[in-house]
Write a protein that binds this ligand. Structure first.
Ligand code: URA
Length: 220
């Protein structure tokens, strides 16, 4: 938790939805993704709102069978208003395309927080909590058949996972009844580009092939 205070809008509600981050957003609040986007654009539930340029709520296909959840927007995402459009996002797209998953049609991509943490710091627990209602509503509307948690912060933020990403990556588990796999964050791969057998890139290649197999099973 940060020492910095959370933000509040002067009004206790926005379109009937509580603005106080201590009051959860009820399931079923949003009729569609447009409504989530509209609320996020004016959201002041946490301090990340103060420094954002744009919110980066989602990209991809809202009816996709495969949903990916990352950590939070970086500089490019903050400028463009879409998740995973900077260097890490470009690598993520290449990883998906390497197993013939189309980033536009086969996946829905978002983050645990929708606003950029200043300097790309890891989002604080209270910021993740303030944004959780949007994420849960995205999951409810997409109804993914498979879920990938991109990086340790996403695994912690979504499932409360406390083990490190190297321990849990590549293992299927269930979250809210959805088969879920944590994978390495592409930023980690950018920092560790070695392709050696057993190295991060090699492990990602194993994991994404496994994801592709599960994805194909769904179509049968
Ligand atoms: N890293 C993330 O986790 N998400 C983004 O959208 C960009 C970089």
């Amino acid at each position: 938790m940060s020492d910095q205070p959370m933000l509040f809008t002067p009004e206790p509600t926005y379109a009937g939805i509580p603005t106080d981050p201590g009051i959860p957003i009820p399931a079923g609040t949003y009729a569609d993704h447009k409504a989530i986007q509209a609320h996020c654009e004016v959201c002041r539930r946490c301090r990340l709102a103060e420094q954002r340029t744009r919110v980066a709520v989602a990209r991809g296909n809202p009816n996709a069978a495969l949903m990916l959840i990352g950590e939070g927007p970086g500089q490019q995402e903050d400028l463009q208003g879409k998740p995973f459009v900077g260097p890490a996002g470009q690598l993520l797209d290449q990883i998906l395309q390497s197993v013939k998953l189309d980033p536009l049609h086969d996946v829905f991509i978002c983050n645990v927080v929708k606003c950029r943490p200043p300097g790309n710091r890891v989002p604080e627990a209270d910021e993740v909590a303030a944004c959780r209602g949007y994420l849960l509503e995205q999951v409810r509307l997409v109804q993914p058949k498979l879920l990938l948690l991109v990086g340790g912060t996403a695994a912690k933020g979504v499932m409360g996972e406390t083990r490190g990403i190297t321990k849990i990556r590549g293992q299927w588990t269930e979250w809210q009844g959805i088969p879920t796999m944590p994978i390495f964050h592409p930023s980690y791969l950018l920092r560790n580009p070695v392709r050696d057998k057993g190295g991060p890139k090699w492990l990602m290649w194993q994991d994404i092939q496994d994801v592709r197999r599960r994805f194909d099973e769904l179509a049968r």
